[in-house]
Ligand binder design. Structure first.
Ligand SMILES: NC(=O)c1ccc[n+]([C@@H]2O[C@H](COP(=O)([O-])OP(=O)(O)OC[C@H]3O[C@@H](n4cnc5c(N)ncnc54)[C@H](O)[C@@H]3O)[C@@H](O)[C@H]2O)c1
Ligand SMILES: O=P(O)(O)OC[C@@H](O)[C@@H](O)[C@H](O)[C@H](O)CO
Length: 385
């Protein structure tokens, strides 16, 4: 069997990446700091995925094990040194913390004279995730290591789509997932061309696809989440029953379509995008998926980022003279988001209480455009609680 090392044995890691790798005959070593999950992976070497449909179909995953990177970093380095592929689904904010281990694994491949090519694929909700990880890894590499990376290690960007909600089962490995799934990898950045994963779409031009995903699935999801939180609903399903929230989602989708058509009109037609957006609404409304608003709304500071699901479309719509009112409205509700269990939400509320608002908006969004800054300030004040 080929060997995969996957960082992040959480929802999407077990619920999607693990499934695809297992189907493709990979032995998967999950790396995580969650001791209960790692111990259970090593005790059972398998787990069950349940599809959230009427049949509640089960998929059995085998040939898996785990390493706790906080306790056994050397084991991770050895695993990376022997891997045929490395993947991550750990959260964009965590990538910098695993970069050193990946760098050490790469150094070991060089000193062990491994000339088998390796791809490191970040499967996070972010544009340019693998390139970002590459930069972080580079900071730990010598000139010689960097030459080795140029020859043998790729960091192809990727987009991953499957709704995997928070899991609350007695079995810590059991994971319920929506049936829909899509994993796209930028083929042009691959170093290892000796295999292609069945179940993965390889594209030479990832950008239109990742933007379509992030600005449709994730901007839409966040629209439902922050509107639901604002009105006091606890789950995505509950929030979506509310007419105004559904209307807010559809209004964001209209703006997203206008941006995607303006940028990527040679890839998608309006009809394609309408159908894609309708499917997304039905995915959010899947009655078998109970997705907590707190999961979808998590890390609000990240979601206010310059290249993230609201500020980037707002910037790009504005540049083109297109409407972005619906996106702007959600930004106001992100600033109002208050979850005492979410460290970034707590930080955001503390900053709102103690800092100058214009400066804070600049700091969080990276924007300098006075018009946009003024509009955001207005909408933040409108929804302040
Ligand atoms: N869940 C989804 O629906 C979904 C779908 C597509 C993409 N994603 C993306 O995948 C990534 C993970 O999301 P998730 O929903 O699986 O989150 P999750 O919280 O379920 O999983 C993240 C895992 O990373 C582990 N982790 C955190 N810090 C770590 C560290 N320093 N070292 C090792 N492990 C660490 C956690 O213990 C956890 O098991 C995010 O970037 C998310 O945007 C999620
Ligand atoms: O993972 P985040 O925090 O970037 O976004 C929350 C959800 O929108 C996200 O996890 C979706 O469920 C997922 O991206 C679906 O493919």
């Amino acid at each position: 069997m080929k060997k995969a090392v996957h960082f992040g044995a959480g929802n999407i890691g077990r619920g999607f990446i693990g499934e695809i790798l297992n189907k493709n005959d990979f032995e998967v070593t999950f790396v995580d700091v969650n001791e209960a999950i790692i111990d259970e992976l090593n005790a059972r070497h398998g787990y069950t995925i349940e599809l959230a449909n009427d049949a509640h179909e089960k998929i059995e995953i085998s040939a898996v094990s785990g390493i706790n990177n906080a306790k056994n970093p050397d084991e991770v380095v050895n695993a990376v040194a022997q891997a045929d592929v490395v993947t991550t689904a750990i959260g964009p904010n965590i990538l910098p913390f695993i970069a050193e281990l990946i760098a050490k694994g790469i150094q070991k491949r060089r000193t062990d004279n491994v000339d088998a090519p390796l791809d490191v694929i970040a499967c996070e909700n972010m544009i340019g995730g693998s390139e970002f990880l590459h930069e972080k890894v580079d900071a730990f590499l010598s000139g010689e290591d960097k030459n080795y990376v140029s020859a043998f290690v790729g960091f192809p960007n990727a987009a991953v789509d499957r709704i995997v909600p928070g899991q609350h089962h007695d079995d810590v490995l059991y994971v319920v997932v929506e049936p829909f799934h899509e994993w796209v990898i930028d083929e042009s950045q691959l170093k290892n061309t000796t295999f292609k994963l069945d179940g993965v779409h390889y594209a030479t031009d990832l950008e239109p696809f990742i933007e379509r995903k992030l600005f449709s699935v994730n901007s839409g999801h966040a629209t439902v989440a922050y509107n639901s939180a604002y009105k006091g609903y606890k789950t995505i399903l509950e929030g979506l029953q509310h007419e105004e929230i559904l209307a807010a989602l559809k209004a964001v989708q209209v703006e997203t379509r206008s941006l995607l058509l303006a940028k990527w009109g040679s890839y998608f037609t309006e009809e394609d995008l309408k159908a894609y957006h309708e499917t997304i609404i039905s995915r959010f409304a899947n009655p078998q998926i109970i997705d907590d608003v707190t999961r979808v709304a998590r890390t609000p500071i990240r979601k206010l980022g310059y290249d993230e699901r609201f500020i980037r479309p707002i910037r790009e719509l504005s540049e083109r003279g297109l409407t972005y009112e619906a996106h702007l409205d959600v930004v106001g509700k992100i600033f109002a988001y208050n979850d005492p269990e979410d460290a970034q939400s707590v930080e955001l509320q503390e900053k709102l209480a103690s800092k100058n608002l214009t400066e804070l908006i600049k700091e969080l969004t990276g924007l300098s455009d006075e018009k946009l800054l003024g509009e955001i300030e207005e909408v933040v004040k409108k929804y302040a609680k």
